[in-house]
Write a protein that binds this ligand. Structure first.
Ligand SMILES: *Cc1c(COP(=O)(O)O)cnc(C)c1O
Length: 407
Protein backbone atom coordinates (compact mmCIF):
# COMPACT_ATOMS: atom_id res chain seq x y z
CA UNK A 1 0.00 0.00 0.00
CA UNK A 2 1.48 3.32 -1.03
CA UNK A 3 1.06 6.18 1.38
CA UNK A 4 3.10 8.74 -0.51
CA UNK A 5 0.30 11.26 -0.52
CA UNK A 6 -0.04 11.16 3.24
CA UNK A 7 -3.83 10.96 3.21
CA UNK A 8 -5.44 7.89 4.73
CA UNK A 9 -8.33 6.58 6.78
CA UNK A 10 -8.06 4.34 9.79
CA UNK A 11 -10.84 1.77 9.94
CA UNK A 12 -10.96 0.37 13.44
CA UNK A 13 -12.25 -3.20 13.12
CA UNK A 14 -11.90 -3.66 16.87
CA UNK A 15 -14.45 -0.87 17.34
CA UNK A 16 -16.79 -2.55 14.85
CA UNK A 17 -16.44 -5.89 16.64
CA UNK A 18 -17.09 -4.22 20.00
CA UNK A 19 -20.20 -2.44 18.66
CA UNK A 20 -21.56 -5.71 17.30
CA UNK A 21 -20.88 -7.56 20.56
CA UNK A 22 -22.73 -4.88 22.52
CA UNK A 23 -25.69 -4.92 20.12
CA UNK A 24 -25.80 -8.73 20.09
CA UNK A 25 -25.88 -8.77 23.88
CA UNK A 26 -29.13 -6.78 23.85
CA UNK A 27 -30.97 -9.03 21.44
CA UNK A 28 -33.70 -11.37 22.53
CA UNK A 29 -32.23 -14.89 22.58
CA UNK A 30 -32.47 -16.59 19.21
CA UNK A 31 -32.78 -13.34 17.24
CA UNK A 32 -30.56 -13.36 14.16
CA UNK A 33 -28.26 -10.39 13.67
CA UNK A 34 -27.91 -9.16 10.10
CA UNK A 35 -25.35 -6.42 9.47
CA UNK A 36 -25.86 -4.09 6.53
CA UNK A 37 -22.59 -3.93 4.59
CA UNK A 38 -24.07 -2.19 1.56
CA UNK A 39 -22.21 0.69 -0.09
CA UNK A 40 -18.86 -0.92 0.64
CA UNK A 41 -19.72 -1.38 4.29
CA UNK A 42 -20.86 2.25 4.63
CA UNK A 43 -17.47 3.19 3.18
CA UNK A 44 -15.45 1.08 5.63
CA UNK A 45 -14.76 -1.86 3.28
CA UNK A 46 -17.49 -4.48 2.79
CA UNK A 47 -15.30 -7.57 2.95
CA UNK A 48 -13.31 -6.50 6.00
CA UNK A 49 -16.45 -5.45 7.84
CA UNK A 50 -18.27 -8.65 6.87
CA UNK A 51 -15.50 -10.88 8.21
CA UNK A 52 -15.22 -8.82 11.39
CA UNK A 53 -18.92 -8.78 12.24
CA UNK A 54 -19.37 -12.48 11.50
CA UNK A 55 -16.61 -13.31 13.94
CA UNK A 56 -18.17 -10.94 16.50
CA UNK A 57 -21.60 -12.57 16.53
CA UNK A 58 -23.46 -11.43 13.42
CA UNK A 59 -25.26 -14.20 11.53
CA UNK A 60 -26.30 -12.56 8.25
CA UNK A 61 -25.24 -9.81 5.86
CA UNK A 62 -27.34 -7.30 3.96
CA UNK A 63 -26.47 -5.56 0.71
CA UNK A 64 -28.22 -3.16 -1.62
CA UNK A 65 -27.58 -4.98 -4.88
CA UNK A 66 -26.80 -8.43 -6.21
CA UNK A 67 -23.43 -7.07 -7.36
CA UNK A 68 -22.53 -6.25 -3.76
CA UNK A 69 -23.51 -9.75 -2.70
CA UNK A 70 -21.40 -11.33 -5.43
CA UNK A 71 -18.41 -9.27 -4.32
CA UNK A 72 -18.71 -10.80 -0.84
CA UNK A 73 -19.01 -14.31 -2.25
CA UNK A 74 -15.97 -13.71 -4.48
CA UNK A 75 -14.02 -12.77 -1.34
CA UNK A 76 -14.97 -16.07 0.27
CA UNK A 77 -17.70 -14.81 2.60
CA UNK A 78 -19.98 -17.75 3.31
CA UNK A 79 -22.71 -16.33 5.55
CA UNK A 80 -26.33 -15.84 4.44
CA UNK A 81 -26.68 -12.68 2.33
CA UNK A 82 -29.89 -10.78 1.61
CA UNK A 83 -30.24 -8.17 -1.13
CA UNK A 84 -32.51 -5.39 0.17
CA UNK A 85 -33.12 -3.70 -3.15
CA UNK A 86 -35.02 -4.78 -6.23
CA UNK A 87 -33.32 -7.53 -8.23
CA UNK A 88 -34.60 -8.04 -11.78
CA UNK A 89 -36.20 -11.45 -12.40
CA UNK A 90 -33.61 -12.42 -14.99
CA UNK A 91 -30.89 -12.16 -12.32
CA UNK A 92 -32.65 -14.66 -10.04
CA UNK A 93 -30.63 -17.70 -11.26
CA UNK A 94 -27.36 -15.86 -10.54
CA UNK A 95 -28.54 -15.04 -7.02
CA UNK A 96 -29.61 -18.65 -6.48
CA UNK A 97 -26.35 -20.09 -7.77
CA UNK A 98 -24.49 -17.90 -5.29
CA UNK A 99 -26.86 -18.66 -2.40
CA UNK A 100 -27.85 -15.01 -2.16
CA UNK A 101 -31.40 -14.34 -0.95
CA UNK A 102 -33.44 -11.67 -2.60
CA UNK A 103 -36.42 -9.53 -1.72
CA UNK A 104 -39.63 -9.92 -3.66
CA UNK A 105 -40.52 -6.27 -3.91
CA UNK A 106 -43.31 -6.34 -6.45
CA UNK A 107 -45.60 -8.87 -8.06
CA UNK A 108 -43.38 -11.12 -10.11
CA UNK A 109 -46.07 -13.74 -10.70
CA UNK A 110 -46.93 -11.94 -13.90
CA UNK A 111 -43.31 -12.13 -14.98
CA UNK A 112 -41.29 -15.04 -16.09
CA UNK A 113 -38.62 -15.74 -13.49
CA UNK A 114 -36.19 -18.18 -15.12
CA UNK A 115 -35.68 -21.55 -13.47
CA UNK A 116 -33.07 -21.41 -10.70
CA UNK A 117 -30.35 -24.06 -10.44
CA UNK A 118 -30.72 -24.40 -6.68
CA UNK A 119 -33.60 -23.02 -4.63
CA UNK A 120 -33.57 -19.24 -4.47
CA UNK A 121 -34.43 -17.85 -1.04
CA UNK A 122 -37.03 -15.12 -1.32
CA UNK A 123 -38.11 -12.67 1.39
CA UNK A 124 -41.40 -10.93 0.71
CA UNK A 125 -41.09 -7.20 1.27
CA UNK A 126 -44.05 -5.43 2.82
CA UNK A 127 -44.55 -1.70 2.52
CA UNK A 128 -45.90 -0.71 5.91
CA UNK A 129 -45.22 3.00 5.68
CA UNK A 130 -41.88 3.73 4.05
CA UNK A 131 -43.49 3.93 0.59
CA UNK A 132 -40.33 2.74 -1.11
CA UNK A 133 -40.54 -0.95 -1.97
CA UNK A 134 -42.84 -3.84 -1.21
CA UNK A 135 -46.46 -4.91 -1.28
CA UNK A 136 -49.01 -2.64 0.28
CA UNK A 137 -52.05 -4.83 -0.21
CA UNK A 138 -52.31 -7.91 2.07
CA UNK A 139 -53.98 -9.84 -0.77
CA UNK A 140 -50.89 -9.34 -2.94
CA UNK A 141 -48.71 -10.71 -0.13
CA UNK A 142 -50.79 -13.90 0.05
CA UNK A 143 -50.80 -14.14 -3.75
CA UNK A 144 -47.01 -13.92 -3.79
CA UNK A 145 -46.61 -16.60 -1.14
CA UNK A 146 -49.00 -18.82 -3.08
CA UNK A 147 -47.05 -18.21 -6.29
CA UNK A 148 -43.73 -18.97 -4.57
CA UNK A 149 -45.31 -22.21 -3.38
CA UNK A 150 -45.94 -23.29 -6.96
CA UNK A 151 -42.26 -23.02 -7.80
CA UNK A 152 -39.96 -25.73 -6.41
CA UNK A 153 -36.95 -23.57 -7.29
CA UNK A 154 -38.15 -20.60 -5.21
CA UNK A 155 -38.17 -20.90 -1.43
CA UNK A 156 -40.29 -18.63 0.75
CA UNK A 157 -37.67 -17.57 3.31
CA UNK A 158 -39.24 -14.65 5.16
CA UNK A 159 -41.29 -11.48 5.37
CA UNK A 160 -39.90 -8.08 6.17
CA UNK A 161 -40.50 -4.38 6.23
CA UNK A 162 -38.38 -1.27 6.73
CA UNK A 163 -39.02 1.34 9.41
CA UNK A 164 -39.11 4.96 8.28
CA UNK A 165 -39.04 6.89 11.57
CA UNK A 166 -37.82 4.54 14.30
CA UNK A 167 -35.08 7.02 15.23
CA UNK A 168 -37.65 9.71 16.03
CA UNK A 169 -38.55 9.15 19.68
CA UNK A 170 -41.43 11.62 19.44
CA UNK A 171 -43.14 9.49 16.79
CA UNK A 172 -44.89 6.17 17.30
CA UNK A 173 -45.21 5.46 13.58
CA UNK A 174 -42.70 2.60 13.90
CA UNK A 175 -45.22 0.81 16.13
CA UNK A 176 -47.92 1.33 13.52
CA UNK A 177 -45.60 -0.15 10.92
CA UNK A 178 -44.97 -3.12 13.19
CA UNK A 179 -48.72 -3.55 13.58
CA UNK A 180 -49.17 -3.67 9.79
CA UNK A 181 -46.35 -6.18 9.44
CA UNK A 182 -47.96 -8.37 12.10
CA UNK A 183 -51.26 -8.21 10.22
CA UNK A 184 -49.49 -9.43 7.09
CA UNK A 185 -47.83 -12.24 9.06
CA UNK A 186 -51.19 -13.29 10.54
CA UNK A 187 -52.79 -13.27 7.11
CA UNK A 188 -49.97 -15.45 5.74
CA UNK A 189 -50.36 -17.90 8.61
CA UNK A 190 -54.08 -18.11 8.11
CA UNK A 191 -53.56 -18.76 4.41
CA UNK A 192 -51.23 -21.63 5.25
CA UNK A 193 -47.92 -19.89 4.57
CA UNK A 194 -46.30 -19.22 7.95
CA UNK A 195 -43.21 -17.07 7.26
CA UNK A 196 -39.99 -18.78 8.36
CA UNK A 197 -38.42 -15.42 9.29
CA UNK A 198 -39.97 -12.04 10.13
CA UNK A 199 -37.81 -8.92 10.37
CA UNK A 200 -38.25 -5.17 10.57
CA UNK A 201 -35.65 -3.40 12.70
CA UNK A 202 -32.84 -1.16 11.47
CA UNK A 203 -30.39 0.20 14.08
CA UNK A 204 -32.99 2.57 15.46
CA UNK A 205 -35.64 -0.13 15.89
CA UNK A 206 -33.10 -2.55 17.32
CA UNK A 207 -31.85 -0.12 19.94
CA UNK A 208 -35.22 1.46 20.67
CA UNK A 209 -37.38 -1.45 21.74
CA UNK A 210 -37.03 -5.27 21.78
CA UNK A 211 -40.58 -5.30 20.36
CA UNK A 212 -38.95 -4.67 16.99
CA UNK A 213 -36.45 -7.54 17.22
CA UNK A 214 -38.75 -10.32 15.91
CA UNK A 215 -36.73 -13.15 14.29
CA UNK A 216 -33.92 -10.98 12.98
CA UNK A 217 -32.65 -7.39 13.18
CA UNK A 218 -30.80 -5.54 10.42
CA UNK A 219 -28.28 -3.07 11.78
CA UNK A 220 -26.16 -0.71 9.74
CA UNK A 221 -25.09 2.62 11.17
CA UNK A 222 -24.65 1.40 14.75
CA UNK A 223 -22.12 -1.18 13.54
CA UNK A 224 -19.96 1.69 12.41
CA UNK A 225 -20.23 3.50 15.71
CA UNK A 226 -22.81 6.19 15.01
CA UNK A 227 -26.39 6.67 16.13
CA UNK A 228 -29.18 6.78 13.54
CA UNK A 229 -29.90 10.32 14.66
CA UNK A 230 -27.86 12.65 16.86
CA UNK A 231 -30.76 13.00 19.28
CA UNK A 232 -31.41 9.25 19.46
CA UNK A 233 -30.70 7.90 22.95
CA UNK A 234 -28.59 4.82 22.27
CA UNK A 235 -28.67 2.36 25.18
CA UNK A 236 -25.32 0.90 24.09
CA UNK A 237 -21.93 2.54 23.75
CA UNK A 238 -21.03 2.96 20.10
CA UNK A 239 -17.43 3.53 19.02
CA UNK A 240 -16.87 5.29 15.70
CA UNK A 241 -14.74 3.12 13.43
CA UNK A 242 -13.69 5.57 10.74
CA UNK A 243 -11.00 8.22 11.19
CA UNK A 244 -9.53 10.46 8.49
CA UNK A 245 -6.05 11.97 8.52
CA UNK A 246 -3.65 13.85 6.23
CA UNK A 247 -0.18 15.34 6.54
CA UNK A 248 0.24 19.07 5.95
CA UNK A 249 2.08 19.84 2.71
CA UNK A 250 2.73 23.57 3.13
CA UNK A 251 2.67 26.25 5.82
CA UNK A 252 2.67 29.90 4.71
CA UNK A 253 2.46 33.16 6.63
CA UNK A 254 0.44 35.71 4.66
CA UNK A 255 -0.52 39.33 5.38
CA UNK A 256 -3.98 40.68 6.14
CA UNK A 257 -6.05 41.11 3.00
CA UNK A 258 -4.89 37.87 1.36
CA UNK A 259 -7.53 35.81 -0.38
CA UNK A 260 -7.54 32.04 -0.02
CA UNK A 261 -8.65 29.36 -2.51
CA UNK A 262 -10.91 29.26 -5.56
CA UNK A 263 -13.10 32.29 -5.90
CA UNK A 264 -11.16 34.02 -3.14
CA UNK A 265 -14.08 33.40 -0.80
CA UNK A 266 -11.95 33.85 2.31
CA UNK A 267 -9.91 36.99 2.95
CA UNK A 268 -7.52 37.20 5.88
CA UNK A 269 -8.13 40.02 8.33
CA UNK A 270 -4.80 39.65 10.11
CA UNK A 271 -1.39 38.14 9.48
CA UNK A 272 -2.43 34.54 9.01
CA UNK A 273 -0.64 31.21 8.96
CA UNK A 274 -2.27 29.07 6.28
CA UNK A 275 -1.62 25.33 6.14
CA UNK A 276 -2.45 23.20 3.11
CA UNK A 277 -3.91 19.73 3.66
CA UNK A 278 -4.04 17.10 0.89
CA UNK A 279 -7.72 16.20 1.25
CA UNK A 280 -10.54 17.44 -0.95
CA UNK A 281 -14.04 16.74 -2.10
CA UNK A 282 -12.79 13.96 -4.39
CA UNK A 283 -11.72 12.17 -1.21
CA UNK A 284 -15.15 12.54 0.34
CA UNK A 285 -14.50 15.69 2.36
CA UNK A 286 -17.47 17.65 1.05
CA UNK A 287 -17.17 20.98 -0.65
CA UNK A 288 -19.96 22.39 1.49
CA UNK A 289 -17.50 22.34 4.39
CA UNK A 290 -15.75 25.27 2.67
CA UNK A 291 -15.28 28.07 5.23
CA UNK A 292 -17.18 25.90 7.74
CA UNK A 293 -15.36 22.72 8.65
CA UNK A 294 -12.92 22.37 11.52
CA UNK A 295 -9.98 20.03 11.90
CA UNK A 296 -7.60 19.24 14.74
CA UNK A 297 -3.86 19.83 14.52
CA UNK A 298 -1.35 19.80 17.38
CA UNK A 299 -4.20 19.30 19.82
CA UNK A 300 -6.10 22.37 18.72
CA UNK A 301 -9.01 23.13 16.47
CA UNK A 302 -8.36 24.97 13.21
CA UNK A 303 -10.90 26.26 10.69
CA UNK A 304 -11.13 25.33 7.04
CA UNK A 305 -10.68 28.60 5.14
CA UNK A 306 -11.63 29.17 1.52
CA UNK A 307 -13.25 26.59 -0.68
CA UNK A 308 -12.50 22.92 -0.32
CA UNK A 309 -10.75 21.95 -3.58
CA UNK A 310 -10.98 18.59 -5.33
CA UNK A 311 -7.77 17.29 -3.74
CA UNK A 312 -6.74 19.84 -1.11
CA UNK A 313 -7.99 22.32 1.42
CA UNK A 314 -6.53 25.14 3.48
CA UNK A 315 -6.79 25.73 7.22
CA UNK A 316 -6.02 28.69 9.47
CA UNK A 317 -3.35 27.67 11.99
CA UNK A 318 -2.41 31.16 13.16
CA UNK A 319 -3.40 30.30 16.72
CA UNK A 320 -1.80 26.88 16.75
CA UNK A 321 1.87 27.29 17.67
CA UNK A 322 4.58 25.45 15.80
CA UNK A 323 2.63 23.96 12.88
CA UNK A 324 4.98 22.56 10.22
CA UNK A 325 4.70 20.72 6.94
CA UNK A 326 4.34 17.02 7.73
CA UNK A 327 2.17 17.56 10.81
CA UNK A 328 -0.83 15.28 10.95
CA UNK A 329 -4.28 16.80 10.62
CA UNK A 330 -7.31 14.97 12.02
CA UNK A 331 -10.20 15.58 9.62
CA UNK A 332 -12.56 13.44 11.69
CA UNK A 333 -12.42 10.73 14.31
CA UNK A 334 -9.99 10.27 17.17
CA UNK A 335 -7.08 12.67 17.31
CA UNK A 336 -3.95 11.39 15.63
CA UNK A 337 -1.10 10.09 17.79
CA UNK A 338 1.45 12.83 18.49
CA UNK A 339 4.24 11.00 16.77
CA UNK A 340 2.37 10.73 13.48
CA UNK A 341 4.29 13.01 11.15
CA UNK A 342 5.19 12.61 7.51
CA UNK A 343 8.85 12.44 8.54
CA UNK A 344 8.26 9.70 11.10
CA UNK A 345 6.20 7.67 8.65
CA UNK A 346 8.89 7.95 6.00
CA UNK A 347 11.35 6.30 8.42
CA UNK A 348 9.19 3.18 8.44
CA UNK A 349 9.74 0.72 5.56
CA UNK A 350 6.89 1.10 3.07
CA UNK A 351 5.59 -2.43 3.58
CA UNK A 352 5.39 -1.91 7.35
CA UNK A 353 3.65 1.46 7.26
CA UNK A 354 0.06 0.17 7.56
CA UNK A 355 1.00 -1.98 10.58
CA UNK A 356 2.91 0.88 12.16
CA UNK A 357 -0.04 3.24 11.72
CA UNK A 358 -2.57 0.77 13.07
CA UNK A 359 -0.39 -0.19 16.04
CA UNK A 360 0.36 3.40 17.03
CA UNK A 361 -3.30 4.32 16.49
CA UNK A 362 -4.37 1.62 18.95
CA UNK A 363 -1.79 2.61 21.50
CA UNK A 364 -1.69 6.38 21.19
CA UNK A 365 -4.69 7.96 19.45
CA UNK A 366 -6.64 10.08 21.92
CA UNK A 367 -9.50 7.94 23.26
CA UNK A 368 -12.20 10.54 22.62
CA UNK A 369 -13.41 11.44 19.15
CA UNK A 370 -11.99 14.87 18.36
CA UNK A 371 -14.29 15.63 15.43
CA UNK A 372 -17.38 13.51 14.98
CA UNK A 373 -19.13 12.88 11.68
CA UNK A 374 -22.31 14.06 13.38
CA UNK A 375 -20.74 17.47 13.93
CA UNK A 376 -19.60 17.78 10.31
CA UNK A 377 -22.86 16.36 8.94
CA UNK A 378 -24.84 18.91 10.90
CA UNK A 379 -22.99 21.72 9.11
CA UNK A 380 -24.33 20.37 5.82
CA UNK A 381 -27.81 19.49 7.08
CA UNK A 382 -27.06 15.86 6.42
CA UNK A 383 -26.35 12.71 8.39
CA UNK A 384 -23.23 10.75 9.33
CA UNK A 385 -24.31 7.99 6.93
CA UNK A 386 -23.72 10.21 3.91
CA UNK A 387 -20.27 11.31 5.02
CA UNK A 388 -18.96 7.81 5.76
CA UNK A 389 -20.29 6.48 2.46
CA UNK A 390 -18.60 9.39 0.71
CA UNK A 391 -15.06 8.36 1.63
CA UNK A 392 -13.56 7.85 -1.83
CA UNK A 393 -11.98 4.67 -3.13
CA UNK A 394 -8.68 6.51 -3.60
CA UNK A 395 -8.25 7.04 0.14
CA UNK A 396 -6.24 4.09 1.49
CA UNK A 397 -7.98 2.36 4.38
CA UNK A 398 -5.66 1.17 7.10
CA UNK A 399 -7.30 -1.55 9.14
CA UNK A 400 -6.85 -1.74 12.86
CA UNK A 401 -7.43 -5.30 13.95
CA UNK A 402 -6.07 -6.76 17.13
CA UNK A 403 -5.94 -10.27 15.73
CA UNK A 404 -4.46 -9.90 12.27
CA UNK A 405 -1.81 -7.46 13.46
CA UNK A 406 -0.82 -9.85 16.26
CA UNK A 407 0.49 -7.20 18.63
C1 LIG B 1 -29.65 0.19 5.19
C2 LIG B 1 -30.75 -0.68 5.69
C3 LIG B 1 -30.75 -1.11 7.02
C4 LIG B 1 -29.79 -0.58 8.08
O1 LIG B 1 -30.22 0.71 8.50
P1 LIG B 1 -29.39 1.54 9.61
O2 LIG B 1 -30.22 2.73 9.86
O3 LIG B 1 -28.08 1.89 8.99
O4 LIG B 1 -29.24 0.66 10.78
C5 LIG B 1 -31.72 -2.03 7.38
N1 LIG B 1 -32.64 -2.47 6.49
C6 LIG B 1 -32.67 -2.05 5.20
C7 LIG B 1 -33.71 -2.58 4.28
C8 LIG B 1 -31.74 -1.13 4.77
O5 LIG B 1 -31.78 -0.70 3.51
Amino acid sequence: MELYRGTFAIVDLNAIAANIRRIAARLTAGTRLLVAVKANGYGHGAVEVAKTVLSAGATDLGVASLEEGLQLRAAGVDAPILVFGAVPPEAAPVAAANRIAIALTEDWSIRDVPACPIPLHVHIKVDTGMTRLGFRDPDDIIKSARWLDTRPDLQFAGVFTHLACADDMSSDSAYQQLQRLNEAVDALRTAGFPPPLVHAANSAGTLRDPAFHLDMVRVGISTYGYKPDVAFPSPVKLEPAMHLYAFITRVAKVPAGTRVGYGGTFETTRTTVVATVPVGYADGYPRWLSNQGEVVVRGQRAKVIGRVCMDQLMIDVTDVPGVEPGDCVTLYGREAPKRWTAAALSQVPTADQPDWLSRTFMQEASPAVAISLDELADLGHTISYELMCALAARVPRIYVDLVSNSF
